[in-house]
Ligand binder design. Structure first.
Ligand code: ADP
Length: 177
């Protein structure tokens, strides 16, 4: 299952690199609290965006788990980067609620700014240690719960880095429908 539609909004699952989503307005960064470059998704996004991104993002920090802030995308092929701080599994609790907040707060920002398309990585599933199966269920549930209220957002894409992560999301999507 790679595409789920609710009203005028589509939820897509795709294997890929979050820095190469040139057909979406906003990409989401799996950020750190201080909105610095770091590794993983954040490292890749800051490298591709150039040093101006960090200059814009760090004054907006620190942020708390579940929170999201928006900046420009600089040299990335997008308009915006929405920086979400996922929970560190087993430290930031309740981890499922905090992870769901990331997705929902990012979508709220899109609605406020009139952003029509957004791509998310699998927040918290790398350095922050959230088990991928559990994270996929929380992420997809949170997005689907939000979809009926969306008026501006037309495309939500989950960008999964590997085959295994894509499969996990496809299986979860089937379960949730
Ligand atoms: P966190 O600190 O929130 O756990 P990470 O950046 O360490 O975030 O990883 C989140 C997920 O994103 C992991 O599953 C990782 O494999 C994946 N990932 C890493 N680089 C990229 C990329 N360039 N595009 C999409 N996903 C990526």
């Amino acid at each position: 299952m790679d595409r789920y539609i609710y009203g005028d909004t589509a939820l897509e699952l795709r294997k890929g690199d979050i820095t190469r989503q040139d057909d979406v307005e906003a990409i989401v960064n799996a950020a750190n609290a201080h909105l610095r470059q770091g590794g993983g998704v954040a490292g890749a996004i800051h490298r591709a965006a150039g040093p101006e991104l960090e200059k814009e993002s760090t004054p907006l920090g620190p942020i708390k788990p579940g929170e999201a802030v928006i900046t420009g995308a600089h040299q990335l092929p997008n308009e915006y980067v929405i920086h979400c701080l996922g929970p560190v599994y087993d430290r930031d609790v309740p981890h499922d609620q905090l992870l769901a907040n990331c997705y929902q707060n990012a979508l709220d920002i899109c609605e406020k700014k009139g952003i029509k398309s957004i791509a998310f990585p699998a927040i918290s599933t790398g350095a922050f240690g959230y088990p991928p199966e559990e994270a996929a269920e929380v992420a997809l549930r949170a997005i689907m719960k939000k979809m009926p209220s969306l008026k501006k957002v037309e495309l939500i894409r989950m960008v999964l880095f590997g085959d295994k992560d894509l499969e996990i999301h496809q299986e979860n999507m089937k379960k949730l429908m």
